[in-house]
Design a protein around this ligand. Structure first.
Ligand SMILES: Nc1ncnc2c1ncn2[C@@H]1O[C@H](COP(=O)(O)OP(=O)(O)OP(=O)(O)O)[C@@H](O)[C@H]1O
Ligand SMILES: [Mg+2]
Length: 238
């Protein structure tokens, strides 16, 4: 067996008196696409923050490719798309990407920058300041920034937020090609239909725990819906 891309062991997280996660176990193989589902406040973002090393678990441990998330090698293997854009408004798209290309020490920076700008359909606006971008355009540039260094593991926290129908389709096909390239992808979304279209596996979080870990190919849309709603129940986690 190869080393898992992600190994979450018995992770719990509290914020003072607020319980966010309880005894979460999750192992993801290289190349797998996993969707994490759950209501507002279920703990999805908290789990992604712990996986990316932004937040430490109160208990338990996380390994990325067999090592600690904060290990230097993991920085180059990981990309995060979340509500935090990590972009500079006073720089152009190209300047932002050049900045990240330096951080990741990319050899073929100019070509990669052209490729990712093309992927997110921002080539025509590449010399404009990011502060002049619309919300959806900024989100598209965030996606370009995340894909720039060809990360092995992609963590996507509601990446479709703010995108129009065309851009949603663009991101779906980008994610499909990332999957074909063998990337490991973990996505949180409230859109069961998109989760169904993209994922190999789905995980439902409710009451701070993983209450369902299922194989998407074995689950019809109707079954996914009914499993999701019975798993989250009537309770409010937020
Ligand atoms: N920095 C923080 N300080 C205090 N409580 C927090 C903090 N971050 C998250 N929480 C709490 O942890 C719980 C899980 O929040 P989290 O953001 O992980 O939910 P989520 O599943 O991502 O929800 P959403 O679908 O709304 O994005 C919530 O009760 C939330 O209030
Ligand atoms: Mg969240």
């Amino acid at each position: 067996m190869s080393v898992p891309a992600l190994q979450v062991d018995n992770v719990s997280k509290d914020f003072g008196r607020i319980i966010a996660l309880r005894s979460v176990n999750l192992s993801v193989n290289p190349g797998e696409f996993v969707s994490i589902l759950g209501r507002n406040g279920a703990g999805k973002t908290t789990l992604l923050n712990i996986i990316s090393g932004v937040s430490r678990p109160s208990e338990g441990s996380v390994l990325l490719f067999g090592t600690d998330p904060s290990d230097h090698d993991n920085k180059a293997k990981l990309a995060v798309i979340s509500h935090e854009m990590f972009l500079y408004g006073n720089l152009t798209a190209v300047e932002n990407l050049e900045y990240y290309a330096k951080i990741y020490e990319l050899a073929d920076a100019t070509q990669r920058i052209q490729e990712v700008l093309n992927d997110v359909e921002l080539t025509h606006r590449r010399f404009d300041l990011v502060s002049t971008y619309s919300r959806g355009m900024t989100q598209r540039l965030t996606i370009a920034r995340a894909l720039l260094h060809q990360p092995a593991l992609l963590l996507l926290d509601e990446p479709f937020t703010g995108l129009d129908q065309h851009a949603i389709g663009m991101l779906i096909s980008l994610l499909k090609s990332q999957k074909e390239l063998g990337r490991t992808i973990i996505l949180t979304t409230h859109d069961l239909h998109t989760a169904q279209e993209l994922s190999d596996r789905y995980v439902v979080i409710a009451k701070h725990r993983i209450v369902k870990d299922g194989v998407m190919a074995e689950t019809s849309p109707d079954v996914l819906r009914s499993e999701f709603f019975s798993a989250i129940g009537g309770e409010d986690d937020s």
